[in-house]
Ligand binder design. Structure first.
Ligand code: ATP
Length: 324
């Protein structure tokens, strides 16, 4: 029988579609198991300032389909300091909160790991980030929705590119990871994809662009924002080297973070929310709940936050083969 009677949940770092579905799952799973549930507003900032509210089954009604996060999210510098984390601990102690579920990315889990070591509070993490850059889960919550948003936008750009015989450079999100760029590139038939994990070989890319079918009307080059140069510079370089192309640059920006979560993200968030609460009640702590090959898996924070810098060469090869 678990000692835990009160659990709080928060969302932290960059927002991702499906965070609401995860909050809903955590709150309802807790209530199902007889736990008093709390929500912390604005991520770790709310822990430090004491913005912690009781939540019931009704307070998460009608949110599974909503983008963003009803609890709001924030980046909190104070939590990076021992004094900040001490304030956070005192606030949760006042309410007798005995465990936390944190929904976020690698920064969120790094902070959680320190908090556990200093104050011995059980915490389970749920991967909520559009970047899909955490180890210990095949997919993070928000990634599927974000790539579908990118695909929808690129399809629309392809229509106008095709009508005007243009080459579009499209910058997508991914500071350290090219996974949004790679998958969306494959599914939109992009001619080239530039990602931060690989050094750009301009010569090879440009030769390929020029050599690819002469009668192509449009060309799409997808660039992850973390690529050394970004979309604008890549656009300039292509213009300099290929004056015969009519080049345009489009930066998709924050639309990639918003919108209704896809079915896949809602199911993922629901499964991980339940797993996180049940994990805490079974005595787990300091781990991220994820799904590997269809099954729930728990991975220590220290392993989950290791960036996956290995490029999936199967995917880069597919872009090259299919862009003839
Ligand atoms: P995303 O991947 O979407 O950006 P994230 O969780 O990595 O999400 P960050 O802004 O890196 O987002 O981290 C969220 C918060 O976690 C930070 O604002 C800070 O409060 C806390 N945090 C991050 N790194 C540390 C650290 N080294 N020590 C303590 N707290 C940290």
């Amino acid at each position: 029988m678990s000692e835990i009677k009160n659990i709080a949940v928060l969302t932290s770092g960059g927002d991702a579609p499906g965070m609401n579905a995860a909050i809903r799952a955590v709150i309802r799973a807790g209530i199902y198991h007889g736990i008093n549930m709390y929500g912390v507003r604005r991520g770790y900032s709310g822990l430090v300032t004491g913005e912690i509210i009781p939540m019931d089954a009704k307070s998460v009604a009608n949110i599974i389909q909503r983008g963003g996060t009803i609890l709001k999210t924030a980046r909190c510098d104070e939590f990076r300091t021992v004094e900040g984390r001490k304030k956070a601990y005192e606030n949760i102690k006042k309410l007798n909160i005995q465990a936390l579920v944190v929904i976020g990315g690698d920064g969120t889990f790094t902070g959680a790991d320190k908090f556990i070591q200093e104050f011995d509070i059980p915490i389970i993490g749920i991967p909520g980030t559009i970047d899909n850059d955490l180890a210990g889960t095949d997919f993070t919550i928000g990634y599927d929705t974000a790539i579908n948003t990118v695909v929808d936008a690129v399809d629309k750009i392809r229509d106008t590119a095709e009508s005007h015989d243009r080459l579009f450079v499209i910058e997508v999100m991914g500071r350290d990871s090219g996974l949004i760029a790679l998958r969306s590139g494959i599914s939109t038939g992009a001619e080239a994809v530039l990602i931060p994990e690989l050094t750009v070989d301009y010569h090879a890319i440009m030769t390929r662009l020029d050599k690819s079918r002469a009668n192509k009307s449009s060309r799409i080059v997808i660039v992850a924002e973390g690529d050394n140069e970004g979309g604008l510079v890549v656009g300039e370089k292509i213009k300099e080297n290929f004056p015969h192309y009519d080049v345009r640059v489009s930066i998709l920006g924050h639309i990639q973070r918003g919108g209704k979560p896809s079915c896949m993200d809602r199911v993922l968030a629901s499964r991980l929310g339940v797993a996180a609460v049940e994990g805490l009640l079974e005595g787990r702590r300091g781990e991220m709940a994820g799904i590997i090959a269809g099954e729930i898996a728990f991975t220590p924070f220290s392993k989950a936050i290791k960036h996956i810098n290995e490029v999936n060469t199967n995917l880069t090869r597919i872009v090259e083969i299919l862009s003839l």
